[in-house]
Design a binder for this molecule. Structure first.
Ligand SMILES: Cc1cc2nc3c(=O)[nH]c(=O)nc-3n(C[C@H](O)[C@H](O)[C@H](O)COP(=O)(O)OP(=O)(O)OC[C@H]3O[C@@H](n4cnc5c(N)ncnc54)[C@H](O)[C@@H]3O)c2cc1C
Length: 392
């Protein structure tokens, strides 16, 4: 089609994975800024259902780009893992940070724009066709011909679905509500504690209930929800709404008083399809963590191997992208992701409560041997002490 816009790299999705891929390309070589286009159906700041917890893994990816998190965030000093009456805690300064995703993703997009990257917002991708020499991408506003397409469009990826790479066996289910709180009264706000409560493992939940203290437009809100990994997809599905209702009732809250929202997370497995001729997937479109449902750190992390694979494809004029999956497997972050996938399959297969209780006791002892026992432990790299991008 003659009116098609030609571009070297088209990134569909301006969440953390898409923007991180663009930032990593430009961080390496600023001339990439003119060769990339990011399109997103939403206009930032856009709503994104998410707990907003960013661990040191994600903070370190940003730190290596020279970017301290540029939005307000809640510093969690203690992560408490609960099973029935048993519990153990990780400590840190902080263990992780809680952001609001509308603010965080908007900040990432603004940063990308400051780095010279064009982000076309309010433009939805409708179709994708791979040709030998280019990929045709049809949006509701135009047509693009790109040398390389990056699908960064989340767990319900249109890119993945148009290419018929769908695989419904690796999809976690999540429900979330926000409840207004009095930060002076609520102990989790005062002591900066996040709770992961696995008690409903016994009720068939392959995951946990969470309480994350956070601030929405300056107002204290508890972000509460349930995560069901479905790491064992053949097991019967737990009644998530009922489990959330029960967990909230234990905390003196009635679920029907609040607005309930749900969204899936696609999780990673090294055998999953993440690349083919002229197309790669990043972030939730490729897969996140099924053990804890952590996705932001990995979404940011995908930017590293994805940008390396893109640079290599253009340098060698080889767009088969056949090494991308292997590149992910070799990267320490994605090696860790696969370990989490294997652990999730094991942990959510266990159905002996006595064994889980024993696991909790053992974990409590093991934590004492790690730096996570100290409230002063700082796991994240300080952003200002890492190599920053050279001035243009
Ligand atoms: C309830 C819930 C709680 C969570 N809590 C946490 C947490 O506390 N910590 C954590 O680390 N992870 C959490 N996650 C996971 C985390 O939200 C994701 O892993 C992360 O958002 C993935 O980033 P991404 O960039 O791959 O995709 P997204 O952030 O989903 O971004 C995808 C982008 O693609 C755009 N897009 C989609 N379709 C199209 C289209 N057709 N055309 C153009 N653009 C399109 C969307 O508008 C969006 O901006 C949670 C997830 C859920 C559902």
């Amino acid at each position: 089609m003659s009116s098609a816009v030609s571009i070297d790299v088209l990134i569909v999705g301006s969440g953390p994975s898409g923007i991180s891929t663009a930032l990593h390309l430009v961080h390496q070589d600023k001339s990439w800024a003119n060769r990339i286009l990011v399109v997103d159906k939403a206009i930032h700041p856009r709503e994104k259902l998410c707990g907003g917890g960013i661990t040191h893994l994600g903070q370190n990816v940003l730190a290596r780009l020279g970017l301290p998190i540029g939005v307000p965030n809640f510093e969690v000093r203690e992560v408490r893992l609960v099973y029935e009456k048993y519990q153990y805690s990780f400590y840190g300064n902080p263990v992780f940070r809680i952001v609001r995703r509308d603010e965080f993703d908007h900040w990432l997009v603004r940063t990308a724009e400051e780095w010279g990257i064009t982000v076309r917002q309010g433009e939805a991708v409708k179709d994708v066709t791979v040709h030998p020499d280019y990929v045709e991408v049809v949006t509701d506003k135009g047509v693009f011909h790109t040398q390389l397409l990056v699908g960064a469009d989340g767990s319900r990826s249109v890119v993945r679905s148009k290419l018929k790479w769908d695989d419904e066996t690796r999809v976690a289910r999540l429900l979330e509500v926000l409840t207004p709180e009095d930060a002076r009264q609520e102990v989790l706000f005062r002591d900066k504690v996040a709770i992961f409560d696995f008690t409903h493992l016994a009720g068939g939940l392959q995951g946990y209930y969470w309480d994350f203290p956070s601030y929405v437009d300056g107002q204290p809100m508890m972000n509460r929800g349930v995560f069901d990994s479905r790491a064992q997809p053949s097991r019967p599905k737990a009644d998530l709404k009922q489990l959330l209702r029960d967990s909230m009732a234990e905390r003196g809250r009635d679920l029907s008083d609040y607005k309930l929202k749900g969204h899936p997370i696609r999780w990673y497995d090294k055998k999953g399809k993440v690349a083919d001729h002229r197309v790669i997937l990043v972030g939730d479109a490729a897969g996140a963590d099924p053990l804890m449902g952590e996705g932001i750190a990995f979404a940011l992390g995908y930017g590293v191997p994805a940008s390396e694979a893109i640079r290599e494809a253009f340098a060698r004029h080889d767009f088969t992208m056949r090494n991308y999956s292997q590149r992910l497997r070799r990267h320490p972050l994605f090696y860790q992701l696969q370990v989490r996938t294997n652990l999730a399959r094991f942990a959510y297969w266990l159905h002996y409560p006595w064994l889980v209780r024993l696991g909790w006791q053992v974990a409590r002892l093991i934590i004492r041997l790690t730096p996570w026992r100290s409230r002063d432990f700082v796991p994240a790299l300080p952003p200002l002490m890492v190599t920053t991008r050279g001035e243009p």
